[in-house]
Design a binder for this molecule. Structure first.
Ligand code: ADP
Length: 462
């Protein structure tokens, strides 16, 4: 039939359902602060786990010597070494290597995986020359960034609760991952020990703090999302520590991806969640992080294709495949400044195998913008929630002086509109005066060096 049906009503409804006016942002920020408090009271007291990192000393810049870091969090592991020269010389030299993990090891045994990693570390350590120097008789020290759910038991031990991200290695769950790595290094005859086990957000905070004393919060916006911040020991009831008068500080890993209170969600979000591997979980993550933004847009486009013939008579088959439209695609479409939106056209052709006219391309950009805007603004509201909680406990310490939020992750790094929406929400919530004091800045790859710095801060030789 030649009857044209407009996608406009679907777009209008989407924009209405995704709207994040100031009262919605304020509610999210307040709820984030309240959930943080509840999670600090007792374990399992809230959506937010508020995990104690056992990191209670952050890098100062005075660290000296040779330190290693290992980052295991996906299909690659990264090894890094850094020679630190103290306050004046700072980072004298740094080197890193990346090794991809053979797929069969991701579902093999614990020994096989850790032996593979220890072998890579040994080969890397053998190339330690030039500016890198280990004093005679010393053991090398390593900061271990391990981005899987861990129940940390001290700065250098933690129990793996379960593997995620496609790993299903047998014999590690319930074990101390630091012991697993230390034993594997021993088997390889490598003279190295783990001094600090850190979450990637904690590594980012430490790495950024090394250069800037005002860094108080770190946020990762990549495939997933998480945030950590500097907390007063006195403000953590579940720690059961007598009130310290020394004003002790520690880093708390919020695991904020599990937040769910008061988010503006659509039928598309609900369907995506229901069909996910973890229905009902990680709702904030599913609304704001890189793994999901493209998928939400895809679901909207499928609906527009079905109900409003967005791509003509049939629904493009390739578009029906979950996760076929990725966040980098929607980001690239939004950067298209050509008159006819040719980039949008070619991405649609590549992803969905369809030709599109100008009005279809414009509609699609509006859908991308709606989803990126909601994500960025809610992430901004989450950040304000953390700052608000810190401010309530220590009047003026956060809002009354320069405070830095260190950001990292591919989504934040590469999506300019998302970043702008995030900053807009922070400024709207805090007002012009206070937001002048709050610096939200990208801290590139701070997490690797951050883990090495935490190995230094927690060195057995200091
Ligand atoms: P991790 O997978 O450990 O989070 P990154 O921090 O590098 O790794 O984040 C990768 C994620 O960042 C991707 O899954 C994707 O969602 C997002 N991303 C990467 N490149 C872009 C891009 N050009 N535009 C928007 N998002 C991107």
């Amino acid at each position: 039939s030649s009857l044209t049906i407009s996608p406009a009503p679907i777009l209008t409804k989407l924009q209405r359902d995704c709207a994040t006016p100031l009262p919605v942002l304020r509610h999210v920020a307040d709820a984030m602060a309240a959930d943080m408090r509840a999670g600090l009271e007792v374990d399992a007291g809230s959506d937010l786990k508020m995990i104690l990192s056992y990191v209670d000393a952050l890098p100062t810049g005075n660290e000296k010597g040779l330190f290693y870091a290992l980052d295991l969090g996906g299909t690659n592991f990264r090894v890094l070494r850094v020679q630190l020269g103290g306050k004046d010389e700072r980072v004298i030299a740094t080197e890193f290597e990346q090794v991809s993990i053979p797929p069969e090891l991701m579902s093999g045994t614990s020994e096989e995986l850790f032996d593979f990693i220890a072998t890579g570390l040994t080969q890397f350590a053998q190339k330690e020359t030039g500016k890198f120097h280990l004093p005679q008789g010393r053991t090398r020290e390593l900061g271990f960034t391990f981005s899987f759910p861990v129940k940390q038991t001290s700065i250098d031990s933690g129990i793996l609760m379960n593997w995620t991200k496609g790993f299903s290695v047998s014999g590690t769950a319930g074990k101390d991952v630091v012991a697993c790595l230390n034993e594997a290094m021993k088997r390889q005859g490598l003279n190295m020990r783990v001094s600090a086990l850190v979450n990637d957000t904690v590594g980012t905070l430490a790495g950024a703090r090394y250069w800037d004393d005002d860094v108080m919060v770190a946020v990762i916006l990549g495939t997933g999302t998480n945030a950590c911040y500097v907390e007063c020991v006195n403000a953590i009831p579940k720690l059961h520590k007598p009130n310290s008068t020394t004003g002790g500080k520690t880093i708390v890993n919020t695991e904020w991806g599990a937040f769910s209170n008061g988010l503006p969600l659509t039928e598309f979000d609900q369907e995506m969640d229901a069909q996910s591997k973890n229905p009902g979980e990680q709702i904030f993550e599913k609304t704001i992080s890189g793994m999901y933004l493209g998928e939400i847009v895809r679901r909207v486009l499928v609906r527009m294709a079905e109900d409003a013939r967005l791509f003509g008579d049939s629904v493009p088959e390739k578009l029906l495949m979950p996760f076929s439209l990725r966040t980098p695609d929607i980001c690239a479409m939004q950067q298209d400044s050509s008159k006819d939106f040719e980039v949008v056209g070619s991405i649609l052709y590549n992803v969905a195998g369809v030709n599109s006219n100008l009005s279809t391309r414009k509609t699609i950009i509006d859908v991308c913008d709606t989803i990126a805007k909601r994500g960025g603004r809610l992430a901004g509201a989450g950040i304000v929630g953390i700052l608000q909680k810190m401010e309530e406990d220590s009047q003026g310490i956060v809002f009354g002086k320069r405070t830095v939020v260190a950001m990292d992750g591919g989504l934040y790094e590469h999506y300019p509109q998302y970043r702008m929406y995030l900053q807009d929400a922070v400024t709207e919530l805090l007002g012009d005066e206070i937001s002048k004091n709050i610096i939200i800045e990208h801290s590139k790859d701070g997490s690797g060096i951050g883990a090495a710095l935490l190995a230094a801060t927690n060195s057995m030789y200091e």
